[in-house]
Design a protein around this ligand. Structure first.
Ligand SMILES: C[S@@+](CC[C@H](N)C(=O)[O-])C[C@H]1O[C@@H](n2cnc3c(N)ncnc32)[C@H](O)[C@@H]1O
Length: 393
């Protein structure tokens, strides 16, 4: 189970205002068009100092809307008869959002204040969004075209390591079945934006020789509490996603093929890559890792990739906010323009580095949860044709 250090509750006005902005931003850019429950709650929490104050128990870098929502969701799972559960389809609720949602949420938080504070003080964000495997497959395809042959796969910020099972899932992209290596009980779906023919977006599955996850707080799927915490990050309307996550967890537990080691991606990546046997190129995948790192740590992570690539070909495949990629690595020419401002979307790209060579490609823009993907139309596509908001179109 992921835990963080204890911090005393209490925050400055500046921090409360930062949280207000964060909840409003979250409502507008992440929830709108996707989760009426979290959109309404985020707006309500932004206007309620008592609710905002709950997150003051949380260590600074973990003060995020998703942490409060997950803590409440976890408690709801053991209190499904509560009035709040009526609004959560994942807990069997059917009540549409109305004017009582925010007061009902506030009452639930007041009733469970001690447990909530304990959770918010001790837990950290732990999601594992296996839809991001669509971005990973796109990256693997690209790397494989330039470096044919088997690839080793490492994910930095791997959580439970479910993305490392990228070749164990079925894919429906743009309504079309993509080629799979195996028959799988887990199907990942992703819409397509733009004019790319859906059937050609993902190529044949690349052979993966070995898999390793690195995470500051790896999730132990054998621990029912850790598993419940991971599931608590699924949003109220995403009952299908909850079933998919549970399927992937069952797959991972029944056929363990993945190791996730405890480590800091900004300090341990080069060493861990150095310890990997074999000589095949290594793909290092990151998805939402950069948002956990400050500017110095982002630069340090890229330096780790560089260091590893001095010994063995390494491709960094990322699904990250473009501005964060730009700040981590000044070498991506396409990110010097307006693309780097579009941080409500994710950029999927690959940066291949070997001794004395480097090859960068921006492959797609996507919704951060990979509900949809817009493949690049040509090599220097700046995606200005794509609508500005994640949930638009
Ligand atoms: C939002 S989760 C995403 C997990 C996975 N990449 C996905 O897309 O589903 C981010 C993960 O990064 C991990 N993390 C944050 N900072 C890290 C660091 N410096 N080194 C290693 N892992 C880190 C967190 O513990 C968490 O598991």
């Amino acid at each position: 189970m992921a835990t963080g250090p204890d911090h005393p509750a209490g925050g400055t006005d500046i921090e409360v205002q930062r949280l207000q902005r964060l909840f409003r931003f979250f409502a507008a850019t992440q929830c709108r068009g996707r989760s009426p429950v979290y959109e309404t709650l985020s707006e309500g929490i932004a206007d309620d100092d008592t609710l905002l104050d709950l997150l003051m128990a949380t260590p600074g870098e973990q003060r995020r809307p998703s942490l409060l929502f997950a803590a409440v969701n976890l408690l709801l799972a053991s209190d499904p008869g509560s009035a709040l559960a009526d609004y959560y389809p994942t807990h069997g609720g059917r009540r549409p959002v109305d004017g009582l949602l925010v007061p009902t949420f506030a009452a639930f938080c007041a009733e469970h204040r001690d447990e909530l504070t304990r959770l918010l003080r001790s837990r950290s964000t732990q999601t594992n969004e296996i839809r991001r495997c669509v971005a990973l497959r796109l990256g693997l395809d690209h790397v494989h075209r330039l470096w044919p042959g088997p690839l080793a796969l490492v994910e930095a910020g791997a959580s439970a390591g479910l993305n490392l099972l990228v070749d164990r899932y079925r894919y429906r992209v743009g309504g079309q079945e993509a080629s799979s290596a195996v028959a799988s009980p887990v199907t990942i779906t992703c819409e397509v934006r733009g004019s790319a023919p859906a059937g050609q977006i993902l190529g044949p599955v690349t052979e993966i020789t070995r898999r390793l996850g690195i995470d500051r707080h790896p999730v132990d799927l054998a621990d029912p509490i850790a598993r419940a915490w991971l599931e608590a990050f699924i949003w109220p309307e995403q009952a299908g996603d909850l079933a998919t996550l549970r399927g992937a967890i069952d797959l991972a537990v029944s056929a363990p093929a993945v190791t996730v080691v405890q480590g800091d991606a900004t300090a341990d990546t080069a060493r861990l890559l150095g310890e990997l046997p074999g000589r095949e190129p290594v793909v290092v995948f990151t998805a939402t890792l950069l948002s956990y790192l400050d500017a110095d740590a982002r630069t340090a992570f890229v330096a780790q990739i560089e260091q590893a690539a001095a010994r063995r070909p390494v491709a960094w495949v990322f699904a990250e906010a473009p501005g964060l990629v730009a700040s981590a690595d000044q070498g991506l020419a396409a990110l010097t323009g307006p693309l780097a401002q579009r941080n409500s979307l994710f950029l999927v790209g690959a940066s291949l580095r070997g001794p004395g060579r480097r090859d960068d490609a921006l492959l797609a823009m996507a919704d951060p949860y990979l509900r949809w993907l817009a493949p690049a139309r040509h090599e220097t596509d700046d995606f200005q044709w794509l609508p500005a908001h994640a949930n638009a179109g």
